[in-house]
Design a protein around this ligand. Structure first.
Ligand code: NZQ
Ligand code: ZN
Length: 385
């Protein structure tokens, strides 16, 4: 196992109808800004429930944080929050609103240009202060509710940012708040969570037994409850397990002390930035051909994945690996997700522009061994046609 530090201060409040406990989590004297997306949080009553729980506190709303949140929109929120002297934020939504809120909370205090917050990739942002915030999760998918990461769109790129200052103080995980999600968002969430686990698990072995078995447990859970939640809006037990699986997939515990390979996400982010394809879907396009392309590097873990997650025991090693990749792709397809670039109208020119955008971002040495260059990205995308 590799050395690691593991820190996660976010309190999780899990369960049905617990939003009134929000009152106990925030100082009575706080001036609160509620952030949310386009329409759903207001339309389905979550904003009103949060306002009720906040009682007499000064509350202002900032709505309109779009999917794949944009720097420019978030800067409007920063302006408003500063003007209103806000000292606590409640984010209501999925990854986009939670990520956007993380940016707002840092940008309110940042002493350089706010664009600089997005110039540090996976390194910590050199910030010293953030406005504290909590989350009310309406879409299980990204794990943003319990991690220090965000992805913000600026200048046509999706740029990651990381800071321990932006762990949410708390996150409410109420499965009932997710029942209004359109089916395709459930599918997006299931595959996003699944691939978060894969990218921390399918690398090379370092004898990290707890992490491996925990990862396999989350993957198996998603296989068990993903389709159930997708197909049956009333299966609350499946939904609860999906929700906690999505949080567990990216709260840092599976990735501690193991190599990680975020190549699928880095390529996927560019597919979203250029073609507007939903985040989870982009990953399902990239992953199968990435696994085939990197079969030798990932051989031992692919065999472990085939055996422990998919229970594949027959055939040669190569056959087992190919079967596991095929089953993975079929799982995505079972959620009505299309997994080829051509399904989204992306041709060779599209591949060229993805590759050149990664080059512009300096993403020329990806993967757990930092030896996956742009030629290999191109091969992966060609195989995904
Ligand atoms: O805007 P509204 O009307 O609220 O609609 C939203 C949005 O259009 C809708 N929605 C959310 N909750 C709903 C609902 N509709 C009905 N009922 C509800 N209960 O869902 C749409 C998509 O929401 P979004 O937040 O964009 O989805 P998701 O949670 O998948 O987040 C994706 C974003 O997270 C980033 C992605 O890059 C993308 O920007 N990621 C963040 C990560 C992190 N912080 O660690 C890691 C991820 O890999 C990912 O990159
Ligand atoms: Zn993701």
């Amino acid at each position: 196992m590799l050395d690691f530090n593991y820190y996660n201060p976010t309190e999780i409040i899990f369960g049905e109808n617990r939003l009134e406990e929000l009152n106990e989590k925030i100082e009575n004297s706080s001036r609160v800004m509620i952030t949310y997306g386009g329409a759903s949080a207001k339309k389905y009553g979550t904003v009103d429930k949060v306002k009720k729980a906040l009682g007499e506190r000064k509350v202002i709303e900032f709505s309109g944080i779009e999917a794949n949140p944009k720097f420019e929109t978030l800067m409007e929120a920063v302006k408003l929050a500063k003007k209103e002297d806000i000292d606590f934020i409640v984010a209501i939504g999925g990854g986009s609103v939670m990520d956007g809120t993380k940016f707002i909370s840092l940008a309110m205090h940042y002493d350089k240009e706010p664009q600089d917050i997005l110039a540090h990739g996976f390194e910590h942002v050199p910030a010293v202060k953030a406005t504290p915030f909590g989350c009310v999760v309406t879409l299980p998918a990204t794990g943003s509710e319990m991690n220090p990461a965000a992805v913000i769109t600026l200048g046509g790129h999706k740029l990651p940012m990381m800071s321990p200052l932006v762990f949410p103080k708390f996150s409410f995980l109420d499965p009932l708040l997710t029942k209004t999600l359109p089916k395709e968002q459930i599918a997006n969430g299931v595959v996003d969570a699944f691939i978060h686990v894969i990218e921390q698990y399918l690398t090379y072995p370092v004898d990290a037994r707890v992490q491996d078995r925990a990862a396999e447990g989350v993957l198996q859970t998603l296989l068990e409850v993903g389709e159930k939640t997708y197909n049956d809006n009333d299966d609350l037990n499946a939904r609860k397990n999906f929700m906690w699986a999505a949080t567990s997939a990216l709260n840092g515990s599976l990735g501690a002390g193991v190599p990680q390979d975020w190549t699928t996400h880095m390529i996927g982010h560019e597919l979203t930035a250029q073609y507007g394809i939903a985040h989870g879907r982009t990953l399902t396009i990239v992953l199968p051909s990435l696994l085939r392309e990197r079969k030798e590097k990932k051989r031992e873990k692919l065999l472990q994945y085939a055996q422990r997650v998919w229970k594949i025991t027959d055939g040669s090693d190569d056959e087992k690996i190919e079967k596991a990749i095929q089953k993975t792709e079929s799982f995505f397809n079972s959620l009505d997700i299309k997994t080829k670039l051509s399904d989204y109208g992306i041709d060779d020119n599209g591949i060229d522009s993805i590759v050149s955008n990664l080059e512009k971002l300096g993403m020329t040495a990806l993967s757990e061994t930092e030896d996956l260059g742009l030629d290999t990205v191109r091969k992966i995308l060609i195989a995904a046609k």
